[in-house]
Design a protein around this ligand. Structure first.
Ligand code: ADP
Length: 214
């Protein structure tokens, strides 16, 4: 079962995919997490991607497609995955469909987490993630129990280098001009279910579970 989470920055994709991954028993695979790991380890991919990443621009398709498909090929993702942050362009969506198609698989369902851009900017300005596993928090709507420390693994929380006002504006612009085209692409295939992402976290989870008949 491959489920794609589609939504603008701050819509809660990562938070929801983390929760669902535990319930469904398939891994949460996030393109941004793969990139941040590559950048932190200073790999050749990380070095190439970093300038795009820091500006809030899309990293070139050639880099992203290879990186993400390699991750989906790992053993834990054989039964499926919750896809977060990839695909983001039509070229990536087509590359993904082809790769999955070759092994008799597909993107089975698409969950679109819909929220107003003003709400998104507010959420991103208050977002922190943890060093160890990138678990996301929001100091206003979803604070950790102990300030600055991840509830789940005890690691330190930090603000992402691309959560600056300028890069946030750029990322949202790209989402609503480019990535939004994927909605139409998957709608034509009858795969999209839309969820109101402005509700509290638990209610969004419940709505996704209903949409997926879980
Ligand atoms: P957000 O959804 O909040 O932008 P992510 O962690 O998913 O956060 O992505 C952060 C950055 O990583 C993006 O702004 C972009 O530079 C890069 N990135 C992630 N996924 C992709 C992708 N599929 N294609 C191109 N660039 C990507």
């Amino acid at each position: 079962m491959n489920i794609l989470f589609l939504g603008a920055q701050g819509s809660g994709k990562g938070t929801q995919a983390d929760i669902l991954a535990t319930k469904v028993g398939v891994p949460h695979v996030a393109s941004g997490d793969l990139l941040r790991a590559a950048i932190a380890q200073n790999t050749s991919v990380g070095k190439q991607a970093k300038p795009y990443y820091d500006r809030g621009d899309l990293v070139p398709d050639s880099i992203m497609v290879e990186m993400f498909l390699e991750r989906l090929d790992e053993v834990d993702a054989k039964k499926g995955a919750l896809l977060d942050g990839f695909p983001r362009t039509l070229a990536q969506a087509e590359a993904l469909d082809q790769a999955l198609g070759r092994v008799g698989k597909a993107v089975d369902q698409v969950i679109y987490l819909k929220a107003d851009p003003n709400v998104l900017v507010q959420r991103l300005a208050n977002r922190y993630i943890c060093q160890a596993h990138q678990h996301p928090y929001n100091i206003i709507t979803n604070p950790p129990k102990k300030p600055g420390v991840c509830d789940l693994d005890g690691s330190t929380l930090y603000q992402r280098s691309d959560d600056t006002e300028e890069a946030v504006r750029r990322r949202l612009e790209i989402f609503f001009s480019e990535t939004i085209k994927l909605l139409e692409y998957y709608r034509e295939k009858g795969k999209v279910q839309e969820i109101d992402a402005e509700q509290p976290i638990a209610e969004v989870t419940a709505a996704i579970m209903r949409a997926l008949s879980l």
